[in-house]
Design a protein around this ligand. Structure first.
Ligand SMILES: *Cc1c(COP(=O)(O)O)cnc(C)c1O
Length: 398
């Protein structure tokens, strides 16, 4: 049975009524026959049948034992950090999601949890940065927005040898392309806000554990801290996941076409897409994932924030917005948006140039998306020429 068939048929029909859609159990509590005598549910923070269906579904998709759904991706990340205690250290990918960086430094550092950031694309850097206190290795692969790829299996082996956990933020790849738990990771987290939900209509997160014991620890934290996902949003994520394989296939095809177009465009300087043979980690990407995802980033020859701002406000189908992974194409200017809080020098050193533009390639027809980008480049060029002429004129008058 293929993954898609297995996925679709792992969503149960309602045993009570035969409803083919998962019922939304919009309730806070469950009536008990006698104290402690119930049908597996007592209070909806601890467990809810709609949320449980989502958790079973994602756990199966990621080939894990236990999953827990949270009110956001950051709440899911927060639950993983809560496995640690004061004095423990995290070794994290340097090109980490900004919200995770903020959580680690501004919330958890004061509780005595230290984080070391390294370029994890080189496994040797990971080995050199491990200390006796490292309890958790934190990877994102591909990263945001420069699409760096790290070798999950090699780093999982290091984690195992040093008895620390490896957690992979699998938001960008999704289990349709990459299954970190099968490569030896202990935990996977998702911002289900992105591809799992897939329609830009909710905020949600999940944690999946490879082994039951660690999964039970996450479930304990989920109930103890209480940042659960509500039943309606759980239902929306289930509905999104039903078409995950189909959507991801098209996201990948469209992104590849867009990346190949950008690669030939004279206004483009660097292009970041793991599906291009020119990407420095193309081979490892090909080895550990079935496809290269829907995110493409690029910089302009005119490497200025002003040029990027002109570009991102000149497209029609690519809407200017933060977030990614929905059916509609989006684009953003990280230097001014998602990465604005990072000081310029640090941001540039991490590869996020002033003119870097990130595309979340949606499910429109790829020809339409390419002509949209093409006309935005034309506008940019006209503007540049006009600006240059104006500048020449002021020099003549001066
Ligand atoms: C968006 C995102 C998050 C945070 O998820 P929220 O649902 O916004 O809380 C974490 N990691 C990655 C890679 C993301 O893109």
């Amino acid at each position: 049975m293929s993954n898609a068939t297995q996925l679709i048929h792992s969503i149960p029909t309602d045993p009570l009524t035969g409803s083919i859609s998962v019922p939304i159990y919009q309730t806070s509590t469950f009536v008990q026959e006698a104290p402690g005598v119930n049908r597996g549910y007592d209070y909806a923070r601890s467990n809810n049948p709609t949320r449980a269906t989502l958790e079973n579904l994602i756990s199966g998709l990621e080939k894990g034992q236990v999953a827990a759904a949270f009110g956001s991706g950051l709440a899911a990340i927060d639950a993983v950090v809560k496995l640690l205690k004061s004095g423990d250290e995290i070794l994290a990918v340097d090109d980490i999601y900004g919200g995770a960086f903020r959580l680690f430094t501004q919330v958890y550092e004061k509780f005595g949890i230290k984080v070391n950031y390294v370029d994890t694309t080189d496994v040797e850097n990971v080995l050199n940065a491990l200390t006796p206190n490292t309890k958790l290795i934190w990877l994102e692969t591909p990263t945001n927005p420069t699409l760096k790829i790290s070798d999950i299996r090699a780093i999982a082996n290091l984690a195992k040898a040093r008895s620390c956990w490896l957690c992979v933020d699998n938001t960008f790849a999704t289990p349709a392309l990459q299954q970190p738990l099968s490569l030896g990771a202990d935990l996977v987290v998702h911002s289900a806000t992105k591809y799992l939900g897939g329609h830009s209509d909710l905020i949600a997160g999940v944690v999946v554990a490879r082994e039951k014991e660690l999964g039970e620890k996450i479930k304990f934290i989920q109930n103890a801290s209480g940042a659960i996902l509500g039943p309606f949003d759980s239902w929306l994520v289930i509905r999104g996941i039903e078409t995950l394989h189909l959507r991801i296939e098209k996201h990948c095809r469209n992104a590849q076409a867009v990346a190949e177009f950008l690669e030939t465009h004279p206004a483009v300087d660097k292009i970041f897409y793991p599906g291009l043979p020119s990407h420095p980690n193309h081979l490892i990407a090909k080895q550990q994932s079935k496809g290269f995802g829907g995110i493409v980033s690029f910089t302009l020859k005119d490497d200025t924030a002003a040029a990027a701002v002109q570009f991102v406000t000149a497209t029609h189908y690519f809407k200017l917005a933060e977030s990614l992974g929905g059916i509609k194409s989006l684009l953003c200017h990280p230097a001014n948006m998602t990465h604005k809080s990072i000081p310029g020098a640090i941001r540039r050193a991490a590869g996020v140039a002033d003119s870097l533009v990130r595309l979340s390639v949606g499910l429109e027809d790829s020809d339409d998306l390419i002509s949209d980008l093409d006309q935005a480049f034309e506008k940019l060029e006209k503007n540049t020429t006009a600006n240059k002429n104006e500048e020449l004129l002021t020099r003549v008058h001066a």
